[in-house]
Design a protein around this ligand. Structure first.
Ligand SMILES: O=P(O)(O)OC[C@H]1O[C@](O)(CO)[C@@H](O)[C@@H]1O
Length: 245
């Protein structure tokens, strides 16, 4: 795992945007895997800034999001559909038919998971997967205990994830208890992975990921140790509990 150190949230966001833009310039048919949550927000703002100033085109880029809450419509401000259009897609020129997110309103959820996997395959797999990390080490919504060989599936969110994500909702009771997430096996099939980590709340998870040799389903992010091309961009605060910091 390659580690790129950034000064703070602003700096890692800028570095992450540059990283993604480099890949888009190298391969204009890039298939991106995108994440939601608080961490990538500023990265998306930098991509928009670049689009406005340098006109990087997304006409031939495709994107697959990691996850979506079950039961939330795309028009719901807390859905990840809504987030992605608001934070990024509506502000760049990516064609709508090249944007994919799991459908949290699907009546047949098992079939939705299978067809999402099929779609990713049809696009030749993910070239660059952007990831955040949960305080409990989750990646996507793959909570501790998720088998590493799992593809896109339905998950029950843990109490710690529900509590962490409640900040985006009016009350904790409104946080959906279930979601569809791309599985760890799907994430590991990506050709390249970029993990973004910021702030105090992620110190313990980052330390465990970097300093222990553990590859265990109890700590989902440890699956990344099995991948050959992972870059972590983390800020000084997130890295500050490492032995070497
Ligand atoms: O960036 P945040 O808000 O800390 O979230 C970390 C991770 O948790 C999730 O939001 C899921 O809870 C992921 O999508 C994200 O990568």
């Amino acid at each position: 795992m390659q580690i790129i150190k950034g000064k703070n949230y602003e700096d890692i966001s800028q570095k992450a945007a540059q990283f993604i833009l480099k890949r888009i310039h190298e391969n204009n048919r890039l298939t991106l895997g995108l994440a939601t949550g608080g961490t990538p927000r500023r990265t998306y703002e930098y991509l928009i800034k670049d689009y406005e100033n340098n006109h990087t085109s997304y006409q031939t880029v495709s994107s697959f999001n990691l996850d979506e809450y079950i039961g939330l419509a795309p028009s719901d401000p807390n859905s990840y559909h809504y987030y992605m259009y608001k934070q990024l897609f509506s502000k760049i020129d990516i064609p709508k038919d090249q944007i994919f997110l799991p459908n949290g309103l699907a009546t047949d959820l098992a079939n939705e998971c299978l067809s999402y996997e099929r779609k990713i395959k049809e696009y030749g797999g993910i070239d660059l997967q952007l990831l955040g990390i949960g305080e409990n080490g989750h990646i996507g919504f793959n909570e501790p205990g998720t088998p590493f060989n799992q593809r896109t599936h339905v998950v029950s969110l843990t109490e710690s994830t529900i509590e962490a994500n409640a900040r985006f909702f009016d009350s904790i009771d409104e946080v959906p208890r279930k979601a569809i997430t791309v599985g760890i096996a799907t994430i590991l099939k990506s050709k390249e992975i970029l993990l973004l980590v910021t702030g105090k709340s992620k110190q313990a998870a980052l330390k465990r990921l970097i300093e222990s040799n553990e590859v265990s389903e109890d700590f989902p992010a440890s699956a990344l140790r099995k991948h050959e091309n992972v870059t972590i961009i983390a800020d000084e605060e997130a890295l500050s509990k490492l032995e070497s910091s």
